[in-house]
Design a protein around this ligand. Structure first.
Ligand code: DQA
Length: 165
């Protein structure tokens, strides 16, 4: 779960068409590229003592396999499943099998958009959701995972007491 150099790891998954950020419908998704979002996400995580493995795929099956990877070695998952948010029971099932916290992120506020975006399968397996705050949402999701990961971990002093007994 912990890489000594970078701390506990957070898996950040991005779904279809998010590789086009920067030029894709900028009025909705803004001008930041996915590489820029990866950078700010990693910076925030490192400030909080966490590492980030930041990935994107247009393939549903690859995303499912990546979610399964998070069953070991990661303290939480941040997921922007793109359009698969609204269609993929396979991604929902993979997320539901995780024991670590899951934070769902959307750059846009999906609830202010077309009705077909109002339903999210991902939400049913998510601990929480950040939507409509653009790239900042990824940093807020990192803060949420850091908070949740710390809550679920025994405090250092408590751990020490246990081992000296
Ligand atoms: C999105 C919202 C989805 O409805 C859409 O299909 C995307 C991006 C967002 O980040 O706002 O691809 O997940």
């Amino acid at each position: 779960m912990t890489n000594k150099a970078t701390g506990p790891q957070i898996l950040v998954l991005n779904g279809p068409n998010l590789n086009l950020l920067g030029t894709r419908e900028p009025a909705i998704y803004g001008r930041a590229t996915l590489a820029e979002i990866a950078k700010t996400t990693k910076t925030r995580a490192s400030q909080l003592g966490f590492g980030v493995d930041f990935r994107q795929s247009n393939s549903e099956s690859e995303l499912v396999s990546w979610v399964q990877e998070a069953r070991t070695g990661f303290v939480g998952v941040i997921v922007n499943a793109g359009a698969y948010t609204h269609t993929s029971i396979a991604i929902l099932d993979a997320l539901a099998a995780l024991e670590v916290p899951v934070v769902e992120v959307h750059l846009s506020n999906i609830f202010r958009r077309e009705a077909f975006r109002h339903h999210s399968f991902v939400s049913q397996a998510a601990t929480g959701i950040v939507a409509g705050l653009g790239p900042k949402g990824y940093e807020l999701a990192v803060e949420a995972i850091a908070h949740l990961a710390r809550l679920s971990r025994p405090r250092r002093s408590a751990r020490r007491k246990k081992t000296t007994r």
